[in-house]
Design a protein around this ligand. Structure first.
Ligand SMILES: [Zn+2]
Length: 645
């Protein structure tokens, strides 16, 4: 029989195929021509059949399918270690401000280079990404030679690459048109999460994914907080809610799914959705442990992801795979859950199917693309080897091997790393450039942390105009408190509905001498129809001047709706101390000597003030400058005298 010419023959290694029959071939070989695997078998058999241009001796090594990182945000390599040990929403609060400031086409190109280098070194050949400027990420990924499902992001607010949702959809169309049919890049789209898009926007994303026939990648049920909010806002689980917007009719990749119930698992399995399990990120952000063993019992298609390096903080799939196996055992207190073989399945063919690339990659099979890694097995941390159990190889790979044991990585028939030397990324240049970006981010963080105003501006994404206020505050006797309504009505004051306030003052001393106070107010107003309306208001205040006893000049840097819970602000601002007050307020608006004033009479309940209820008079004038506020002081004092007789 005449020998057939091929490009590459890997021989003499243990082939762990991760194919449907889980073939393990000792002294095995893999034959590659062009981008494809053309044969797999025993070394002697393949050597007899082929004349390779290149041979790679894999003696004492394992030949594995390239690992699949099922969920990540690769440019975040440039934000690695910037914010750690925080809850998800607080972490996002910090992170999104930096992203708004720094994420550009150049930023993502650089971040993508670093990430691809790191992933290739850890034996990853395919990944699913969600970020901005995905076209630039695609260009870098394709040039470096990795396979990827890349999703251009759509969010319901301005992002670094789109001013609004409409622009984001246009970018997605352009991105998909540019890359549809590419041999390495599968374009897709990413509504970030159900809670960062309106229901209409989610439905538009789902419709677009179906129209373009591309995968849709989104975050699902990452935290209990998110799940509780979904129940409170929509009365459904997260999976039911995204199903309502049509997401389960798409080729869905659902990242996290930490807090889903059996019914949701059944829905996701029926929809043939992929699930990306990210154990490091879920542990680090204290989001929880995804019920992976139960998902697999429900027939879900599960893969493993690293998530971004801002929450992991690396792209090491060996670490991730091992952790996935370990946390699954704690989840149900059962060491049998997610054994090594199953964990490796999730990191290879399971992940490939989850990211909708299972027909191309994830296992060593004839006709599939040559995406593989060669793993050293002779490290002392992976020694000795037992041969009585043929499945022990899975245990060695999952529980003992390290990403630094990866010797060679190949994707699409092209070597990306040989003997740990990266062949397609200029890593030293990328590292030099990253140092420069890190320096700029450091400067921004120093600015942000230098005052509570900056910190709040970074959070809400804009500077806010300051307002100024002169205020008189005086204790009243019960008698005075009862006569003020009559006195003030003779001045044509307009009475306002009764208000109940619960205020929490977070005292922030970080700004030198000036103590800033961040007030989180829960305000309930009873209106004419007898119903009550509650809202949360955030105000950042500081006292500029004490003009006289009980007479102050203050400055408000921000006054507006608090769109996050008190806990968030507490964790974001880390106040020195905290004061809480509850009061009932009668309020009047009036014009007095041509100055617009607000008069409050507050009743502080006995429980708050000690022995009996106490009463406080406040007279305030708001202005656009400190000088203008100061000019109203005489009028305030005059009104105070008038009211107290
Ligand atoms: Zn993520």
């Amino acid at each position: 029989m005449e020998k057939k010419a091929i490009d590459t023959l890997l021989f003499g290694g243990m082939v762990v195929a991760m194919n449907p029959t889980f073939d393990v071939i000792s002294d095995g070989a893999v034959a590659i021509t062009g981008s494809d695997i053309v044969d797999i078998g025993r070394t002697a058999d393949l050597q007899a059949r082929y004349t390779p241009s290149e041979t790679v001796d894999c003696t004492d090594q394992v030949i594995l399918p390239g690992l699949v990182n099922a969920h990540t945000h690769i440019p975040m390599t440039l934000l690695r270690g910037l914010n750690d040990d925080l809850r998800l929403d607080v972490w996002l609060g910090y992170l999104m401000a930096v992203e708004r400031q720094f994420v550009t086409a150049d930023f993502v190109r650089l971040g993508a280079k670093l990430a691809c280098a790191e992933m290739i070194q850890s034996g990853i050949t395919s990944f699913a990404d969600m970020y901005y400027f995905e076209d630039e990420i695609a260009q870098e990924t394709a040039a470096i030679g990795m396979r990827a499902l890349l999703g251009q992001t759509a969010i319901g607010f301005p992002t670094p690459d789109a001013a609004n949702h409409e622009e984001a959809l246009q970018l997605i169309r352009k991105f998909v048109a540019n890359w549809q049919g590419h041999e390495l890049i599968q374009p897709g789209l990413c509504p970030h999460a159900w809670y960062t898009s309106s229901p209409e926007q989610l439905a538009e994303c789902a419709a677009l994914a179906k129209e373009l026939d591309v995968p849709l990648h989104t975050h699902v049920a990452e935290t209990q907080f998110e799940v509780d909010n979904c129940h409170a806002q929509h009365g459904t689980t997260v999976t039911e809610w995204i199903d309502k917007q049509g997401l389960l009719e798409t080729k869905l990749l659902a990242a996290h799914c930490v807090h889903i119930n059996r019914h949701e698992m059944d829905m996701l399995a029926a929809a043939k959705a992929g699930i990306a399990h990210n154990p490091s990120s879920n542990l680090k952000l204290s989001s929880g442990i995804a019920p992976v063993a139960e998902m697999l019992e429900a027939g879900c298609q599960v893969g493993i992801g690293t998530d971004g390096t801002a929450s992991n903080n690396d792209l090491d799939m060996f670490e991730e795979m091992r952790l996935a196996a370990l946390v699954a055992k704690v989840k149900r207190n059962d060491p049998v859950d997610l054994p090594a073989k199953e964990a490796l399945t999730l990191a290879t063919i399971g992940g490939a199917k989850a990211i909708h690339l299972g027909h191309l990659t994830g296992s060593l099979e004839i006709g599939k693309r040559a995406d593989l890694l060669v793993l050293n097995m002779d490290g002392v941390h992976n020694w000795p080897h037992f041969h009585s159990n043929p499945e022990a190889i899975y245990s060695r790979i999952v529980y003992a091997a390290k990403s630094t044991d990866v010797a060679h990585t190949m994707c699409h028939g092209r070597w990306l790393m040989r003997d740990r030397q990266l062949l397609t990324v200029d890593l030293p240049q990328a590292q030099t450039d990253a140092v420069d970006v890190a320096r700029q981010i450091d400067q921004f963080v120093q600015w942000r942390e230098s005052s509570p105003e900056n910190k709040l501006a970074a959070l809400i994404g804009r500077e806010t105009p300051d307002t100024f206020e002169a205020q008189i505050r005086a204790k009243l006797t019960a008698g005075q408190a009862s006569t003020i309504p009559t006195t003030i009505s003779s001045l044509a004051a307009v009475p306002q509905p009764n208000i109940e306030h619960t205020d929490t003052y977070l005292i922030l001393e970080s700004d030198g001498d000036t103590a800033h106070q961040l007030r989180f107010r829960t305000e309930t107003r009873s209106n004419d129809t007898g119903t009550a309306e509650t809202q949360h208001i955030l105000t950042l205040l500081n006292q500029l001047d004490q003009i006289a006893a009980g007479l102050t000049l203050g400055q408000a840097h921000y006054h507006g709706t608090a769109d996050r819970p008190l806990r968030f602000y507490r964790e974001y601002f880390t106040p020195d101390r905290e004061i809480s007050r509850t009061k009932s307020r009668q309020q009047w608006h009036l014009s007095y000597n041509d100055v617009d004033l607000v008069v409050n009479v507050d009743t502080v309940p006995a429980a708050e003030s000690g022995e009996s209820a106490s009463y406080i008079l406040e007279i305030k004038a708001r202005a656009l400058s400190a000088a203008e506020a100061k000019a109203t002081v005489a009028v305030l004092q005059d009104l105070q005298q008038h009211l107290l007789g």
